[in-house]
Design a protein around this ligand. Sequence first.
Ligand code: MCA
Ligand code: AMP
Length: 504
Amino acid sequence: MANPLYDGLFGIHAGKTTPFLHLVDGQVITYQDFLTTSAQIANVTAQLDLNPGDRVAVQVEKSHEALALYAACAQAGLVFLPLNTAYTVDELSYFIENSGASLIVCDGKSEAELSAVAEELGAQIKTLNADGSGTLMAQARTMPKSFSTVERQGEDLAAFLYTSGTTGRSKGAMLTQNNLLSNAQTLVKEWRFNADDVLLHALPIFHTHGLFVASNIMLAVGGSMIFVPKFDLDQIIDWMPKATSMMGVPTFYTRLLGDSRFTRELAEHMRLFVSGSAPLLAETHAQFEKRTGHRILERYGMTETNMNTSNPYDGERRAGTVGFALPGVELKITHPDTGETLPDGEVGQIEVRGPNVFKGYWQMPEKTAAELRENGFFITGDLGKIDEDGYVHIVGRNKDLIISGGYNIYPKEIELVLDDQPGVLESAVIGVPHPDFGETVLGIIVPENRVAPDVDATMEAVRQSLARFKHPRKLVILDELPRNTMGKVQKNILREQYKGMFAS
Ligand code: MCA
Ligand code: AMP
C-alpha cells in the first residue's frame, strides 16, 4: 500500500456520497465532501513547501474542517500534532518549539499571540475558526480537489501527542501509521462496528479518545458520526435517538444520569455505550444499567498505546474492571522493582506490548528507555492485577497523575508554577474525589516565614501559565508538608486528609 493510514481510513471512501458527518446545524458532510476538503488542505501544505515528516501543530475548535486537516496530514505524509484548545500560549510555545513544527494552525483569536511564537521559531501560521473561516480554508478553497497521496510506510510517524511527565516536562509520544490503523481495525471487530453505525461524538478531537478511537473507528468502517462540538446535555439528549452508539469519559455518563430526560426509552435503541480515559465507578455502571438496561463497556488505553484492553462485547462486562487484553496486545503485571512477571491476583505495574505501542518520545531517548523496554514492553505507570477470570483491574497509579473529567494533569507541572510564586516556600498538588470530574485538583502551599502568601496573586500566576482544567479548584495553606523518613512528601496522607473537600 502506498500510504497505509490514508488508504485504510480515508482513501477507501473515495467517491462515496453517503453521510460521514451530521453537524448539529443540520448540515451533512458526505465522505466525498470530506475527502475533497482534505485534498484541498493537503494542496495548501504542498504550496507551503511542507515535506513528509514535518510536524503540523494544530490548536483549533472541533469542526469538520479540523478533522479534514487530520486527513490532509495523513495524505501528505505530515505528522499531525493536535493540541488542547485550553492550552495557554506558554504551554503552546513549548509544544511548538519542542516538536519543531513547520506549520501552526490556530484559531483566529490566538493568531496575534502565536504569530510572535511562530516568527521566533521559524514556523508558518494559518488560521482555522470554528465556523471554517480563516486563512487555511480561504486558501484551500482555491486549490485542486484532488491530491496525489504521498507514499508512506506503516512505520512512518503519523502523529505526535504530548503527554506530561512526572518531571513536569511534556513528552511528544510518536505514533506511527501502523499504531493508529491496527488499533482502529481491532476495535471495529471487538465492538462490532459496521457501516450502519451512527456514533454520537461529543469528545474533543485533540486527544486519543475522540480522534484515534472514535473517529478512526468510524472511518475504518465507513459509518457516520453526529459531530457535537462539545459535550452539551441538551444536544446529546436531542441527538441520541438518531445514534446507535456513543463513546465518553465517565463524566459524560454521570452527567447523563443526573438528567431526568435521560430515560430507558431515550437509550432503548442504542447498541453500545463505551467508557474510558478514567475509571468508571462500579456505582455509575450499576446506576446506568438500572436506568437504561445497558451495561457500559469499559476499556483502557493510553496516549502512548491507544487501546490496550476492553471488556467483552459478548460476555460479561464486569464493572470495576477494564476487561481483557485486545487481540494482538500482550499484557502482564510485573514487580515494580525487579520487572519480574507476577502471578495472577497480585498487584503490580501493568506492561503492554503490541502493534499499538508507540515508537518512543520525540528527542527524549532517556525517557523512552526508562518506559519502553528493549523487548517492546511499555511500562504504563498504572498498577493493576488480573483476576481469576482473566479480567484486568486497575487499582492505582505508580505515577503522580490526576485525571479530571478525562483530562490528565501532572501535579509537578502545577507545583513548579506554585513554587515560583512570592511567599511560597513549597507546594504539593494532589487529586481529590469530585462528583462531576471524578477527581479534581487541590493545591497545598507552605508559606515562607509562616506569612500567608497572596492567594489571589498566586492563582493569577497559575491562570497565566496553565490551562484552566489544570487550575487548583482550591489552595490550602499548611505550615509544613508531611514527609517520610527519606524526606519524600507523603501525598497519600494529604489525599486522605482532604478527600472529603469536594464530596457531593
Ligand atoms: C473543562 N473544565 C474542566 C474540565 N473540562 N475542569 C476540570 N476538568 C475538566 N475535564 C473547566 C473549564 O475550563 C471551565 O472552567 C469549566 O470547567 C467548564 O468548561 P466547559 O468547557 O463548559 O467544560 P465542561 O462541560 O465542564 O467539560 C467537562 C467535560 C470535558 C465535558 C468532561 O472536560 C471533556 O470533554 N472531557 C473529555 C476529555 C477527553 O477527551 N479525554 C480523553 C483523553 P470554569 O468553571 O472556570 O468556567 S485520551 C485518554 O485519556 C486515554 C488515551 C484514553 O484512555 O482515552
Ligand atoms: P493519557 O495520558 O491521556 O494517555 O491517559 C492514560 C491514563 O488514563 C492511563 O494510564 C490510566 O491511568 C487512565 N485510564 C484510561 N482508561 C482508564 C480506565 N478505563 N480506567 C482507569 N484508568 C484509565
